[in-house]
Structure formats: structure tokens, C-alpha cells
Design a protein around this ligand. Structure first.
Ligand code: ASN
Length: 347
């Protein structure tokens, strides 16, 4: 069937959007396909009629996304990859807490995807008064049916963001996501999805999809660590992470434009780790802007210790890229080269 005539596939993975009140508080509800179909009937007839056709499935065990692991990212990418040729696009309904992590990971696993994977969630359950759930689903469906959208994106509160640039920004507001270092890919105006197509990956896409689906579950032997530096951190504390033989890489969250204390012992711990082939990467603790290692004398040591620049990547993008690269049997130099190369518009 030509792509334009294929339906969308909606995958419900859990999250507040589909939650119901249980004895211990909100918990993922079941029977979501039926509940969503019911809810969509509450839309005005013209809006119902203009929705793209879709099929919907529920993962075997919907979760609160705070429980998600790289293994879940892997399962979701495998599911999309296996159905990819049969659907015009995908809408992933996901908890907001780790939505940006899953979006980032999917972008690396589904490199070169030639259709839309639109992730959304909600701050309130579908059946709650004044819920944002139905509006977010409606917007996501409309964006996912656009053939020019050919990447993993996050649709939330009327905005469309690049998935690998998105971050959860607010714990309560319905406008909960932002894209600190990349402009929006689109927005909804009067229930119409408007794409700013010159910003999309489709303009840079080359050839057929070249999915990379490594086994993240095998990675538990060489995990990645995330370490935010603080004033007063000492070499012994850093070594507790980096000397661990099971740690294959670490994201260091440093200050400002790429600065760390001028402490030779601290730098010695980093240099030892990179010398052992570990992938060390730095990003800034500032939520906006990029780092330039070596602009200040205080940052020069990072380059000398073999720490790579994460440029303006989000922590979610940097960590999921590191996990993606560590899960593949790559020579150290190739892994370092790929980390600093933009693969899916992440930097
Ligand atoms: N704890 C929820 C989750 O991430 C939060 C939400 O979806 N709004 O699954």
C-alpha cells in the first residue's frame, strides 16, 4: 500500500495520560485503545472527521515512565522498526518524566527514518477534568500524518520539538517541554499542524533508513554514568565512579562554557579513564548554550585529559548517545569520532 494510504500506528506505553486512580495513587490503566476511541468521540464532528486513520496497540505492561530502562527503549525501537513499512507514521504515548530520554534514544536507534515518530503524553489523565491528554493526542496524530516530518519528534501543548533536543521543563504546567538549543519544528494553529520544514531532518536525510538496533540489555556490564560536578568535588569522589571497571563512559556536567577546577588530581582521574578507552564527555550545567572546551584556562585540562565536548546537547541526548555507542562493538577512536559527529541533529 502506498505510504500516503497507510494508517498511523499509536502505541500506548503508559504514563499519566492513561493513568487511573488506584489505592496508592495514579497508576497506569489498561484497555487504553477503547478509552481513547471513546474520548475522541467527544471532539467536534469536523475535527473527528479530519483525523488521520490509525490503529492502536498497548504494550504488554504499561508503566510509569520513571521505571523505564534502556531495555524499554530497545523494545520500543524494535517494535517500530518491525512495523515501519506498514504504517504511515507512529504516535507514541509515553509518560512525561522520561519521555525526552526515550525520544533521544529512539532517534539514535531509528536513524534515517523516513516517516514521523511523534511522542506525546499528558500532565493529567485522559478522563480527568480539564485534561491536556486528548488535545496532545489529537495534535500528535495530525503531525504524524505529515509525510515531510521524517524524524522522532515530541508534540506537547501545541508545539512540535525535535525529540533529541527536547527536555521536560516543568513538573506541573501543561506546557511542560522545551527545546533549549534548537527552535521548534512546528506548532498547532487552529487545530492545524504547521511544520517549519526547513528545520526538519528530512532536508538533510540521505538514502534509506539505516536503523541501528544494538542490544542495550547486554550493556549492563559496561554502563554509562552521569556526574554533575559541584564546588568542592575531589579526585577520590570522581575516581569512585570512573575507576569502576564496569563503567564504560561518563557524562560530566561541568560549569558554564566548559570549565572545571584546576585540580591536577581530578584531571588525573579523567585522563586515566580516557586512557583506558572510557568515553568521557562534557556538557554544561547551564540549560542553554554550548560548551567550548579550552576557551578558558580552567577548561583546558578537559581537552588534555581526553574529554570530548558534548557541545550543546541535552543531558538526555548525550547519555542516550553514549549508551547507544557503548552498546556497539566499536574501536575506541571510532566511538569518539561518532560521538562528536552529529548523527540525527542532536548537536
Ligand atoms: N510519572 C508520569 C510518567 O512519567 C508523569 C506523566 O506522565 N505526566 O509516567
Amino acid at each position: 500500500m502506498p505510504q500516503a494510504q497507510q494508517p498511523l500506528l499509536v502505541i500506548y506505553t503508559g504514563g499519566t495520560l492513561g493513568m487511573v486512580e488506584g489505592p496508592q495513587g495514579l497508576t497506569p490503566g489498561h484497555d487504553f485503545p477503547h478509552r481513547l476511541t471513546q474520548a475522541l468521540r467527544s471532539l467536534p464532528p469536523a475535527r473527528q472527521a479530519s483525523l488521520p486513520a490509525f490503529e492502536i496497540l498497548e504494550t504488554p505492561c504499561p508503566i510509569d515512565s520513571s521505571a523505564a530502562t534502556p531495555g524499554d527503549w530497545q523494545d520500543l525501537a524494535a517494535l517500530i522498526a518491525s512495523r515501519h513499512a506498514h504504517y504511515q507514521g507512529f504516535v507514541i504515548l509515553h509518560g512525561t518524566d522520561t519521555l525526552a530520554w526515550t525520544a533521544s534514544s529512539l532517534a539514535f536507534q531509528l536513524q534515517g527514518i523516513d516517516r514521523a515518530v511523534v511522542m506525546t503524553g499528558a500532565m493529567l489523565p485522559l478522563e480527568a477534568p480539564a485534561s491536556d491528554a486528548l488535545g496532545n493526542v489529537e495534535d500528535a496524530l495530525r503531525f504524524a500524518s505529515l509525510p515531510e516530518l521524517q524524524e522522532v519528534a515530541v508534540c506537547f501543548a501545541g508545539k512540535l520539538l525535535r525529540g533529541v533536543r527536547a527536555r521536560k521543563w516543568h513538573t506541573q504546567a501543561t506546557d511542560a517541554f522545551t527545546s533549549p538549543n534548537y527552535p521548534w519544528l512546528g506548532e498547532v494553529v487552529d487545530h492545524h499542524p504547521i511544520l517549519f520544514s526547513q528545520r526538519g531532518l528530512n532536508a538533510q536525510q540521505r538514502g534509506a533508513p539505516r536503523f541501528e538496533l544494538p542490544d542495550y540489555r547486554a550493556l549492563t556490564a559496561t554502563p554509562a554514568a552521569r556526574i554533575a560536578l559541584w564546588p568542592g568535588i575531589n579526585a577520590r569522589q570522581l575516581a569512585a565512579w570512573l575507576d569502576d571497571e564496569h563503567v564504560g563512559g561518563a557524562l560530566l556536567e561541568v560549569w558554564g562554557g566548559g570549565n572545571i577546577p584546576e585540580d591536577p588530581d581530578l584531571l588525573g582521574v579523567m585522563a586515566k579513564a580516557t586512557g583506558e578507552g572510557k568515553l568521557l564527555v562534557a556538557i554544561s550545567q547551564c540549560p542553554q548554550g554550548s560548551i567550548a572546551i579550552g576557551a578558558y584556562a580552567a577548561g583546558r585540562g578537559l581537552a588534555d585529559a581526553g574529554v570530548l565536548s558534548g557541545d550543546d546537547m541535552t543531558p538526555e541526548a548525550a547519555m542516550s548517545k553514549m549508551i547507544h555507542l557503548l552498546a556497539q562493538p566499536l574501536p575506541t577512536e571510532e566511538r569518539r569520532r561518532r560521538f562528536v559527529t552529529p548523527l540525527v541533529g542532536e548537536r
